[in-house]
Design a protein around this ligand. Structure first.
Ligand code: SF4
Length: 370
């Protein structure tokens, strides 16, 4: 099993909180798509013939491409890697890009999952964040995808937004669950280095929500989504039974993946490599047949720490049976005090973080690192 991630860095404009690699140079899209296809061809041996079960178009804003451009990339993946084993084909979309014609064209291309960047259903907060859509457009976009025959729909929400009261969060959660989507990802607002939001905070123009507020919002969100029938399967991800993201789950369980496009990361079990976060360096390197990338070989310690970091993010947790006897002993020794303090559960040869402690999972996991 393997996955393919396709990075589409184009956005109509930048949101104030954005820390992703993205650009507003949409006029470069046709050249970029050709570069993606060339990279897919150049790196066809990376996955060593493993069957591709998931493909994920992320960004940026993949819905800034035309259906023909998305189809061109899917066609190249089919030619170079085969799609006979494909289980999940996701395209991230912004709500205001979704028209009936666009959704129908994606469905015809085999797209069976849409991940939509909604963030909140409050129009004032959407404007504050620099999002282009309104709450009404987000609601309509979900219905449009369904009418086009795409039923597996995920929406992204945010909490801990400046000015987001308990009532606003409650309305966001109520609207999201009322839409009967199959998946919700929800992230606490972070002040990314170099973002406009970070500058606004440093200038005193924005007051961040404090840790207690964010923790309370996280707890309320978990309770609300449980009640609405969602499973909490990863720190920030909730799904209806059977509707977890296959592609993202493969990151957490160590499945190899090929990432193509500017800034995309790849993993093959022993190393990670990543393309430059620079549109021109990426496209020129590919066009000249000498792709620019950096690579990091993972030492045994790196692999151990990564396994802990990725698996303990999930409700399934760390399967101790998959570790060497030496690593098992080592992790259980470091986990002892955390288990006694109720920060980790040890059951059925598995270590996992109880849901009530997921909000502080980063500090729990890092205290287990070698
Ligand atoms: S749409 Fe997404 S990638 Fe683009 S600027 Fe906004 S947050 Fe960043």
């Amino acid at each position: 099993m393997a996955g393919i991630y396709v990075h589409i860095p184009f956005c109509a404009r930048r949101c104030i909180y954005c820390g992703f690699f993205s650009t507003v140079r949409e006029a470069e899209a046709a050249r970029y798509v050709n570069a993606l296809c060339a990279e897919l061809h150049l790196r066809k041996d990376y996955l060593k013939g493993l069957p591709v079960t998931t493909v994920y178009f992320g960004g940026g804003t993949p819905s800034r491409l035309s259906p023909e451009q998305i189809g061109q990339v899917i066609g190249c993946i089919r030619t170079e890697y085969g799609l006979d084993n494909l289980d999940e084909l996701t395209v991230e979309c912004n709500p205001d890009d979704i028209t009936p014609a666009f959704a129908s064209a994606l469905q015809k291309l085999g797209v069976n999952r849409i991940s939509m960047g909604v963030q909140t259903f409050n129009d004032d907060l959407l404007r504050f964040l620099g999002r282009r859509h309104t709450a009404r457009q987000a609601i309509d976009a979900v219905c449009t995808c369904r009418k086009a025959g795409i039923y597996n729909i995920s929406i992204d929400l945010m909490y801990g937004l400046p000015g987001q009261t308990d009532d606003i969060q409650q309305q966001d959660l109520g609207t999201a669950t009322g839409l009967d989507v199959s998946h919700i990802s929800s992230y606490c607002l972070s002040f990314e280095e170099g973002s406009l939001l970070e500058k606004m905070r440093n200038d005193g123009r924005v007051l961040p929500a404090d840790d207690d507020t964010c923790a309370r919002m996280y707890d309320r969100m978990c309770a609300h989504l449980h009640k609405a029938g969602f499973e909490h399967y990863e720190i920030s991800n909730f799904c209806k039974p059977g509707c977890h993201s296959r592609h993202n789950s493969s990151y957490w369980d160590g499945t190899p993946y090929l990432g193509v496009g500017a800034g995309a990361h790849s993993y093959n079990g022993c190393s990670r490599q990543w393309n430059p976060n620079d549109l021109d360096a990426y496209m020129t390197g590919i066009e000249q047949g000498t792709p620019a990338f950096e690579i990091e070989e993972l030492s045994a310690t790196d692999q151990y720490n990564e396994r802990l970091m990725l698996s303990l993010r999930t409700a399934q947790g760390l399967n101790l049976i998959l570790l060497t006897p030496q690593d098992r002993l080592s992790v259980l020794n470091s986990a002892d005090a955390l288990i006694k303090d109720g920060l980790l559960l040890h059951e059925n040869n598995t270590l996992c973080i109880p849901e009530q402690k997921m909000f502080i999972s980063d500090s729990i996991i890092s205290s287990l690192f070698r």
